[in-house]
Structure formats: structure tokens, C-alpha cells
Ligand binder design. Structure first.
Ligand code: HEM
Length: 934
């Protein structure tokens, strides 16, 4: 306060003085409390003086919009968002902008943890009511997570006694994901139900099972209502300037460079990033089993042939696990459901365990091939005689006829998760198989140099017995390599992919905080966060509050490695301190498990998470193919992605080689996640296995159908449930920062008109309450009129499919390749998948990873390397995927020398402070991609 006051007296211009005065008022008032009730949530909207303190007039003006306020604070955009003549200290405008944004994001996370956890496996009643005097959110063990009697490991984990996994089964990431949490053996393993992030009562709105749902949607919804293929054709289709050069996404015969399929491009994110996220989703979740949905066929064609849609399309229906009436319980005078009206299962492990490469059940594991000469390694074979140092590391073998597989996968590379295989999947599976083997080589080099030294590894059955390098078996080393590769992937995703997906300073800091802590050099933020938590929870004995406190404090040291050192007198949050005696012990289950926190709700991904990962618009139709050793600036071919579908990916990989594909996808921009930008080829994907009249399916339409089958609430209620502001009409989607009459704004207005035509309007009835997730600003209930006069004609904005809604969010924070709605889902779930995993927290130790493994993950490889210069003002390590690529495709060293983040188009000049400009770096001026329109 004193400092702010002094600054105010000495302050410069009038605007700065006004904003400092606002800061004083904010400081006087103190921090806002965390909401006690769902309906009082933060919503990412701050008071006027808070906005003025953190972003001046611009931030104040944007408060009336539905979108979160922090995006208008100082320094949260590119150079133009920096306050003039401001330093970067915490009390400067730029510092206030960044710290304010981080604070807003932390409030969101606290409230998401508090209001958005809904487990589907039977634990929800305990979460609400508590058990044996412990508040629900502080519960740590659930009977529903016990192994059943029929399970082969039932006796091993304790049978009908308290179940605690121990011995061999806790050493590594088990095939089916059992025993990650040693006290909840079943959690996160294959075939567990998907969770929800929304109240069970708002799922399956088309069933009209309660009054709120009926009030919200009338009888306007159905599986094919509004018509998904019409939505796809009219709202998702990419406009083509030269359709005869695109041919519905197939390009031209022979793939010449003058083929052309137009798409809207993100200048700061490359095609490698698109396939990265598909590669990740194959690890985290799948509804399909061995490439199949449920038996049977359902019609999914459009009602009448128009706008290019197909009435004859059919597909197999989604698997449903439970569909009977859910049990109910009463608490606090209110009736609750114990699960959603229907549930679905996650076929794969929910852990970040690279199950797409290593397997998630016996069937998938049989597809994984180990090297006959060294069982610690994956089998990689030489292919052809291409130039390039990485070539000798080899390529994945093909599936053999005797392998278990869906016939459509024949001829593909052998790997655990072979579905929807394209060149992108072939690329990442090969890269990480090479990385696995390189780690094994490095370990063996160390073992050869110091065979009698302590490898760090221990067997919990004999915890005191040192395992020397020479004694580590091939099977043990294979599993250690899996742990290492999985942690590397999690680190790439958290500190490299996500900060480029959300390319601005608050998210750079926030994501690095999730991994390695927020407060290195940011003591003021730490002090402020401590204050929020102490004010709100510090004196509370309520276990629920203590868990929220935990989430905030975890931002201090970072989630990764939480609890992997234990000091006699310190809390779990204590960072590593070489001066203290570490008493962490493999003999103590509470140490092995001590760093995890599920916040009272067993971990699995929610159905809503899958929805916001329906990112098909990222994929271009054609890949601009280049060669690394013959003028990389030249585009030699335009290869249709669909011509690399399934076994053709394998052929394309083998014919052209990993380095050329890396360069091609590294340089090309991916598709913006927005309306009118879905790949043509995915709207017309041939799936012969369906044996339908058309033999084709529209994947963009199917994205909507699957969400409807699985009961994802529609966009407006989805936002209210997640603690974001609702929209009152379709016009709210338009980005009002764009000049009226500008071509971008005109295009948005055109699409909004189509949205209105498709979803329609109705005369509203103010007597119909539509939600209990939020209330109006004046405390009244939100009704069918959404603030418009009773009886007036209002947009059916409540009916918009969630995928359509987030694609239509034209207004986004700077550098966001996704919308704020999608991001809100990530804040919660990206943190949880670290918080819940013992191998990323308290078991990130040499006893599991070996000394070589711990160092490899910590340093991004065998040694530590710093990046040149100070990208965006930070000193950074050479990023982890760049390091992986330099090892697995060393022939790209020269190209990668210019790259800071492997997901930023490789020939782009990154410019100053979070620039999104599409201009070539020195040496790439002749690259034709820079002559194309933005
Ligand atoms: C280029 C290649 C791609 C092809 C051919 C493809 C194809 C498909 C197909 C056929 C389905 C299954 C539909 C069903 O029966 O339910 C699907 C689902 C899905 N795809 Fe893609 N996709 C591609 C790229 C991507 C990318 C880049 C992402 C980004 C994350 C993605 C995310 C998803 C998700 C989240 C699902 C739902 C999975 C589930 O239900 O468990 N896909 N895709």
C-alpha cells in the first residue's frame, strides 16, 4: 500500500495515475474470497478498479463482454500490449498485468477443483457427504477403486483387507495402469468409466430428464437435430479459391506442388503440433475398442441431400457402459444423482504413460515388438539407403498377420494404438521408439563405464539392496525407459506444446509453474497467493478447504516431483533442499504415494475433456513436402494427408524418411480452430468397414453426433458449469475488437447469420428457469430470455453444440490457438493428470527411474543445454522436443539451430515479445510459404 501510494505521488501521466489510484482501492479492499456457492463463482470477471489497475481503459471497456478479463491486462499480448515507459517490476503496469492474469488463472483453478469434479465410478455420494467424519474432497481412498475378487492380483494387493499395492507391481507403469496410486489399485486403469466435469443432472440434455433441461431446450434437440451434416457442410467447410486443385482434399495426381487446398492458418503453430495432440489423445483416452464402436449400425446421414451432404451415411453407435436410471441420494435437503444418465468407458489407461506406444492391455501389448538382440529396446529396422545420420536408428516394423488387429490396420507399423494412423502418428511413434532406444544406449554406456556403481534402482521387495548398473536386467531397463519417455512427453506437452498453443507471457509462466514452480524470482506473486490461501483456508479445519489450499501451494515448487523428497519437519510442498536430510523411503507407502492428490475424486478424464480435444480443424488437407538435404526452402510436393491414411502412412514414411517429414510438418502452419476450417478429406472419409451405401463418413459431423450420444451439455450450459459467462445471443460471438466493416468481421457476421439459420430462434418465456449453475448479476435466476424482454424472439443459443460453440469463439486471448472455453477445461484436467500420478510426483525418484533416468528427464537428455539469447525475455533450456529431435534426427541440426520451440513454424522469425507475425527468419526468405496470404 505504501509503495503504491509513493508511486502514485511520483507517478507519470494522468492515465497511469488513474490506474495506480485504482490499484490502491483494490489493495485496500483486499483479495476476493473464493466462492462458497457454485452460483457465486469468479467467472474470470473483475471489478472496474481491478481492471483499471491491471490494464487501464482497455481492460475496463472489455468488462461488459462475456470473455475473461485477464486477456486485456498489460503485457498479456504482444509488444503492443506493453504499457509505455513501464518496466517489468511487480508494481509497474506490465508487472501488474502479468501478476493479475496469474492470479485470475489461479482463482479459476481453485474454483474448478472445488466445483467441477464428478466421478462416475460410484464415489460421488461420499464426495458430497463425506465419510467417517472426513470431508468428501479430503478423502483419499475409495472402496470402488479396490480390485475385485475375480482379479488375478486380488490377493497380492491385500484381498478383502485394506488393499495396498507393493512389491513387483509398483515398480513401473503397469500394463493396464493398475497401482499407480498404490492405495487405489484400480484408479486410472483401462476400462474405467469416464468422469464428468459438469453436474450429472445437466448431462444428456436431449433426454429432457428434468425441468431445467426441458426449460432450456424445449423439444428442439435430438441425435440428428439440428442436422449434424448440415452443420458440418454449412459451418465447417473450408472455402476453396481453386477447387479443381484441391479435389475435396485429395490434391492433384502425382502430388505436384501446385495442388492447393485453402485453409485458415495459425501463424505461430505448426503441423507437428496438430499431430502431437492426436498422439497425446491416443495415450489418454479412447471410447473405441480395437477401432470399433458398439455393434450395429445407425443412420447418420442428412435428412435431404443438400449443401453436399449425404443422406446414406451410416456408422456404428457409441459404446454405452450403463444406461439404467442412476441411483439418487439426498444431502442438504437436495436430491443428487450418483452418476450421469448414461456412462461410457475409457478403453485405455488414463495415465500419461505412453500407452499408445507400449500398450494398455494384453491385446495391444502383443503388437509391441522388442528387439530380439536386446530386450530392453524396441525393434527398429533399417529401411533403404537414405542419407542422414538418424537413418541408422531405423524404423518401426510392420504388423504381422499373426498380430491381433482390426483388418483395416494391415500393412501399418506395429504399435499398441494403431487407429486413425496417418503420417503424423507414424512420425511420433518412430521418433519416440528411437528415443527409447537412445536412452537404453546411454544407460548401457554408463553401465559399461561404472558396472559396479549404484544405478539408483531398487526392488521394493528388497529395498535395502543396491542394484548395480551391471545387475539391471533388460526387462527392468525396458520399463525404466518407458517411465523416462513418458515423463519426457509430459514435460514436452506442459512446457513446450502448451506455451506455444497459448502463446503469451501469463501462460508461459503458468505452464512452467505447473512443471517446475511459479515463484522462481516472483516472490510477490507467492506472497499474494499465500495470502489468498491463508485468508480463505489457513485457519480452517475443513478438509475441503485444505485441499484447495494444497492446489495453490503446489504452484510454488511445481507439481512435477511434489513429495519426492521428505524432510522430517517440512510439509509436502518443500522443494528439494540439498542441505537437509531426505528421509523418503521405499519402505514407506506414504512416501511412495505421498505427493499425489485427487482432491476427493478418483482420477479419470471427463467426457467433456474429449469434446474439447475434437481438434480435427487443425489438420491441413495437403502437406507441403520438403527435403532437408536439397534446398529446404522449396516445397516439392503437396501430399494429401488422406493419401497417408492407414498403411499408406507407413509407405510414405518408408519412401521419404523421417527427416523430410519432420522438416515438412515443422515448417507448415496448422489449421486455425475456427468455423469454416475443417479438412475436406475428413468430411468425406472412406471407411469401407462400414459397408454402407456411401462407404463414407463425415468426421466433422460425427464429432457432434458422438457428443450428443455421450450427453455432453450444450455450449452455454457447458460454460456456466465451468465458471464462465454465458452468451445472450449469437452476436456475442463476434470479436468486437475488429473494426466494423473489416473483412474479418464481415466473415464472422456471415457465419453468425448461418448459425442463426441452423439453430433458429424462439419466443422466450421468462417464467422458465434454465440453470442452477449461475445467477444473474442482480441475484435473480437465469431464465429462458437470457436478459431479453419476456416474450421476445431470442436466439437458440442454448442449443449450440459445444464443439460448434468453441469453434465460433472468435475473440480469444493473445496467441491462443484454442478458445477460452477449451482452455478452462484444460486448466483443471491438465493439472490433475500431473497431481494424480505418483510417477510424476513422489515416485519421481532413482528407485524407479534410475539416476540416469532422473537426470535425463530433468535435463532434457544426457546433459543440460541452454538456448541462445533470451527468447521473449527469458533464459530457457533448449526445449525438450527440440532435444529429442536433435538426437533422433541429427541430420536436422542446422535447421533446428534456429528453432526455440519445436511447435513454432521452423522458418518463422519469432520477432520480439510474443509476436504472431508471419515473416521468414534470415535464410528462409525464398520459402514460398511466406508469399502466401495469411
Ligand atoms: C488426420 C488425421 C485424423 C483422422 C483420419 C481422424 C479420424 C478420426 C476418427 C475416424 C474418429 C472416430 C470417430 C468415431 O467413430 O467416434 C476420430 C475421433 C477423434 N479424433 Fe480424430 N482424426 C484425425 C486427427 C485428429 C487430430 C489431429 C485430433 C486432435 C486431437 C483428433 C482428435 C480426435 C478425438 C478427440 C476423437 C474422439 C475419440 C474418442 O471418441 O475417444 N483427431 N478421429
Amino acid at each position: 500500500m505504501l509503495l503504491l501510494g509513493a508511486l502514485l505521488v511520483l507517478g507519470g501521466c494522468a492515465t497511469q495515475q488513474e490506474s495506480l489510484a485504482a490499484c490502491l482501492r483494490v489493495a485496500e479492499r483486499g483479495l476476493r474470497p473464493v466462492a462458497e456457492e457454485r452460483a457465486q463463482r469468479f467467472l474470470g470477471k473483475v471489478r472496474e478498479d481491478t481492471a483499471r489497475c491491471r490494464g487501464g481503459d482497455r481492460a475496463v471497456e472489455a468488462r461488459s463482454l462475456p470473455w475473461v478479463d485477464w486477456q486485456n491486462y498489460w503485457a498479456t499480448g504482444d509488444g503492443s500490449s506493453l504499457a509505455p515507459r513501464s518496466g517489468s517490476g511487480h508494481l509497474s503496469p506490465n508487472g501488474r498485468g502479468i501478476d493479475g492474469a496469474l492470479l485470475d488463472l489461479e482463482y479459476q483453478r481453485i474454483e474448478l477443483i472445488k466445483f467441477n469434479l464428478f466421478d462416475s465410478s460410484g464415489t460421488f455420494a461420499d464426495y458430497v457427504r463425506g465419510r467417517d467424519g472426513v470431508g468428501g474432497p479430503a478423502l483419499k481412498v475409495w472402496p470402488e477403486m479396490r480390485l475385485p475378487k475375480s482379479h488375478p492380483l486380488y490377493e497380492a494387493v491385500g484381498g478383502d483387507q485394506t488393499q495396498v499395492c507393493g512389491g513387483e507391481i509398483i515398480r513401473f507403469r503397469g500394463l493396464t495402469g493398475l497401482c499407480n496410486d498404490i492405495k487405489n489399485p484400480l484408479m486410472g486403469s483401462s476400462h474405467q468409466p469416464f468422469a464428468r466435469n459438469v453436474q450429472f443432472e445437466v448431462t444428456f440434455p436431449d433426454l429432457g430428464r428434468n425441468e431445467l433441461a426441458r426449460n432450456r431446450h424445449g423439444d428442439r434437440l435430438g441425435l440428428l437435430k439440428p442436422d449434424p451434416q448440415v452443420i458440418s457442410r454449412r459451418l465447417f467447410t473450408r472455402a476453396q479459391a481453386q477447387p479443381d486443385r484441391c479435389h475435396e482434399g485429395h490434391g492433384l495426381p502425382g502430388a505436384p506442388a501446385d495442388a492447393a487446398c485453402d485453409y485458415k492458418k495459425a501463424p505461430f503453430f505448426n503441423v507437428l503440433a496438430a499431430f502431437w495432440i492426436q498422439f497425446m489423445t491416443h495415450d489418454w483416452f479412447s471410447h473405441l475398442q480395437e477401432g470399433h464402436n458398439a455393434p450395429g449400425m445407425m443412420a447418420v446421414g442428412c435428412a435431404t441431400e443438400s449443401v453436399g451432404c449425404r443422406p446414406g451415411d451410416r456408422i456404428d453407435p457409441a459404446f454405452i457402459a450403463e444406461s439404467g436410471d442412476p441411483a439418487r441420494f439426498t444431502y442438504g435437503g437436495k436430491e443428487h444423482l450418483t452418476r450421469a444418465y448414461k456412462t461410457t468407458q475409457n478403453t485405455v489407461t488414463a495415465w500419461w504413460d505412453t500407452s499408445q506406444l507400449y500398450g494398455y492391455d494384453e491385446t495391444s501389448r502383443r503388437r509391441v515388438k522388442r528387439a530380439p538382440g536386446d530386450a530392453a529396446k524396441l525393434l527398429l529396422l533399417p529401411v533403404g539407403q537414405r542419407a542422414g545420420m538418424g537413418e541408422r536408428q531405423g524404423y518401426l516394423p510392420l504388423l504381422e498377420p499373426s498380430d491381433p488387429m482390426n483388418p483395416q490396420w494391415a500393412g501399418q507399423e506395429a504399435t499398441a494404438f494403431p487407429d486413425n494412423w496417418t503420417i503424423g502418428m507414424s512420425f511420433y511413434h518412430t521418433v519416440f521408439a528411437r528415443e527409447h532406444n537412445l536412452f537404453v544406449d546411454s544407460f548401457r554406456t554408463q553401465a559399461a563405464a561404472t558396472p559396479g556403481a549404484d544405478s539408483g534402482l531398487r526392488n521394493p521387495l528388497r529395498p535395502d539392496q543396491v542394484i548395480r548398473y551391471r545387475d539391471v536386467t533388460a526387462d527392468e531397463l525396458f520399463e525404466v525407459a518407458r517411465l523416462v519417455v513418458s515423463a519426457e512427453i509430459a514435460k514436452i506437452h506442459t512446457t513446450e506444446w502448451t506455451p506455444q498453443l497459448l502463446y503469451d507471457e501469463p501462460l508461459f509462466l503458468g505452464m512452467n509453474a505447473n512443471w517446475s514452480g511459479l515463484f522462481r524470482g516472483r516472490e510477490l506473486v507467492q506472497a499474494v497467493l499465500e495470502k489468498i490461501t491463508v485468508n480463505n483456508f489457513g485457519r480452517s479445519t475443513d478438509a475441503k478447504k485444505a485441499t484447495q489450499w494444497y492446489s495453490v501451494f503446489a504452484s510454488g515448487p511445481g507439481i512435477f516431483g511434489l513429495g519426492n523428497h521428505v524432510y522430517a519437519d517440512d510439509a509436502i510442498f518443500a522443494g528439494y533442499d540439498p542441505m537437509k536430510t531426505d528421509i523418503w523411503s521405499l519402505k514407506n507407502p506414504d512416501h511412495i504415494n505421498g505427493g499425489i492428490n485427487h482432491f476427493g475424486s478418483p482420477f479419470n478424464f471427463p467426457e467433456e475433456f474429449v469434446t474439447v480435444y475434437r481438434l480435427h480443424a487443425l489438420v491441413p488437407d495437403l502437406i507441403e513436402y520438403r527435403q532437408w538435404d536439397a534446398e529446404p526452402n522449396q516445397v516439392r510436393n503437396k501430399i494429401a494427408v488422406v493419401d497417408t491414411f492407414r498403411s499408406r502412412a507407413t509407405q510414405a514414411m518408408r519412401e521419404r524418411g523421417l527427416a523430410n517429414w519432420a522438416l515438412s510438418m515443422g515448417r507448415q502452419r496448422l489449421g486455425l480452430l475456427t468455423l469454416a476450417n475443417h479438412p475436406k478429406f475428413l468430411q468425406n472419409l472412406e471407411l469401407p468397414r462400414l459397408a454402407s451405401a456411401t462407404g463414407k463418413i463425415d468426421i466433422a459431423a460425427l464429432d457432434l453426433i458422438r457428443d450428443r450420444e455421450r450427453g455432453v451439455p450444450r455450449f452455454n450450459e457447458f460454460r456456466r458449469q465451468y465458471g464462465l459467462r454465458q452468451l445472450a445471443s449469437f452476436d456475442d460471438f463476434v470479436d468486437t475488437r475488429l473494426a466494423k466493416g473489416s473483412p474479418e468481421r464481415a466473415e464472422q457476421e456471415r457465419l453468425i447469420a448461418v448459425l442463426r439459420e441452423i439453430y433458429g430462434q424462439h419466443r422466450c418465456d421468462a417464467a422458465k428457469v434454465i440453470t442452477e449453475a449461475q445467477v444473474n448479476a442482480d441475484g435473480t435466476k437465469i431464465n429462458d430470455c437470457l436478459g431479453h424482454p419476456d416474450g421476445s424472439l431470442v436466439d437458440n443459443v442454448e442449443d449450440v453444440d459445444t464443439v460448434v460453440g468453441w469453434l465460433a469463439e472468435f475473440a480469444r486471448p493473445h496467441g491462443f490457438a484454442i478458445s477460452e472455453t477449451q482452455f478452462q477445461v484444460f486448466i483443471l484436467n491438465a493439472s490433475r493428470r500431473l497431481f494424480s500420478d505418483r510417477f510424476f510426483t513422489s515416485s519421481f525418484r532413482p528407485e524407479f527411474y534410475t539416476h540416469v533416468g532422473v537426470a535425463w528427464v530433468t535435463q532434457n537428455g544426457p546433459d543440460k543445454k541452454m538456448e541462445k539469447g533470451r527468447p521473449n525475455g527469458h533464459e530457457v533450456e533448449v526445449s525438450p522436443l527440440k532435444r529429442v529431435l536433435l538426437r533422433t534426427i541429427p541430420e536436422l541440426a542446422q535447421e533446428l539451430d534456429h528453432v526455440v520451440n519445436a511447435f513454432d513454424p521452423w522458418a518463422r522469425d519469432r520477432g520480439e515479445y510474443y509476436s504472431l507475425k508471419w515473416t521468414p527468419r534470415p535464410g528462409a526468405e525464398s520459402d514460398p510459404a511466406f508469399r502466401e496470404p495469411k
